[in-house]
Design a protein around this ligand. Structure first.
Ligand SMILES: Nc1ncnc2c1ncn2[C@@H]1O[C@H](COP(=O)(O)OP(=O)(O)OP(=O)(O)O)[C@@H](O)[C@H]1O
Ligand SMILES: [Mg+2]
Length: 264
């Protein structure tokens, strides 16, 4: 796991404290610039409890980005750094920041395959067309076309609407549960409940429409159901595969992993 996001969530998620003093991806990226000492990626790799080798990130990584423009070939710094360890691993994951910049460009250039992750909470049709624009812009930068093979829509089915139906049903519920709550009550639904139901149906329709657009654009699309186990796993610094493999999200990620393992 190569963490190229200064937020270092992949690092923390594997149980490694990102504030730890030590060499990290900052040093590897800076080492790609002539005036700085070269740091080999194997010198920063740590073993983590789940057996995944980690090239950790650190908030410092933010500072490396402007320097990267001074490299001879800014786009290829990560790719060059990975060349020396590529043969040792059957799979190398590169986690990038959520917004476009040198780290995303470097990740895309180094990668053989691309997975796009989307959050169903901020999942919108205009986001899908933004993605296409981004990939065609990147094509000009990289000189290679990016064809993401997989989209993963996370937190699928989480109670997305605010406010919730009534103080009593204040906890987060998925859309189907909320609709059932409204219509399977012994009393007539109140007008505000009907309005809320209408809004939920709307939201559900929006999600399904967006999902259909996504399915036309990516060869492979998965939704990962909302599951508190994901958050718990992150807090404990364990992958979901180890923390809660049988949770709804754990099962979904196993299916996804099986497909990824078939990639060549
Ligand atoms: N299926 C899920 N069920 C519940 N919570 C989830 C699920 N997937 C992600 N989350 C939660 O949503 C948040 C964002 O998850 P994500 O994996 O996108 O993190 P991230 O990579 O740190 O975000 P980003 O890089 O987009 O800033 C995390 O707090 C995570 O615990
Ligand atoms: Mg991320």
């Amino acid at each position: 796991m190569v963490d190229c996001d200064p937020q270092a969530n992949a690092t923390a998620g594997l149980g490694f404290d990102p504030s730890t003093f030590g060499k990290n991806m900052y040093d590897v990226f800076m080492g790609g610039i002539d005036e700085f000492p070269k740091v080999m990626i194997q010198d920063i790799i740590r073993k983590t409890a789940s057996g995944i080798d980690l090239a950790p990130s650190h908030l410092d990584l933010v500072g490396a980005e402007p320097y990267l423009y001074h490299a001879k070939f800014p786009t290829g710094v990560l790719s060059e750094a990975l060349a020396s360890v590529k043969k040792q691993y059957s799979l190398i994951f590169i986690d990038t920041p959520p917004s476009i910049g040198q780290f995303v460009i470097n990740g895309l250039y180094a990668a053989d395959h691309v997975i796009v992750t989307l959050d169903s909470g901020s999942f919108a049709l205009n986001g899908v067309s933004t993605l296409s624009t981004i990939f065609s812009d990147i094509k000009d930068d990289l000189g290679k076309e990016i064809l993401p093979e997989m989209a993963i829509v996370s937190r699928w089915g989480e109670g997305l609407l605010q406010p919730c139906l009534s103080p009593k049903t204040g906890e987060k519920k998925d859309i189907f549960t909320k609709l059932r709550d409204i219509f399977y009550k012994p009393t007539e639904p109140a007008p505000e409940d009907l309005k809320a139901a209408e809004e939920l149906r709307h939201e559900q329709e929006r999600l399904l429409t967006t999902l259909n657009v996504i399915r036309r654009r990516f060869p492979s699309v998965y939704t990962v159901p909302y599951s508190p186990a994901v958050y718990e796993a992150q807090k404990r610094g364990m992958p979901i595969s180890h923390f809660a493999p049988d949770s709804p999200a754990g099962i979904a990620y196993k299916t996804i992993a099986e497909e990824v393992m078939r990639w060549k």
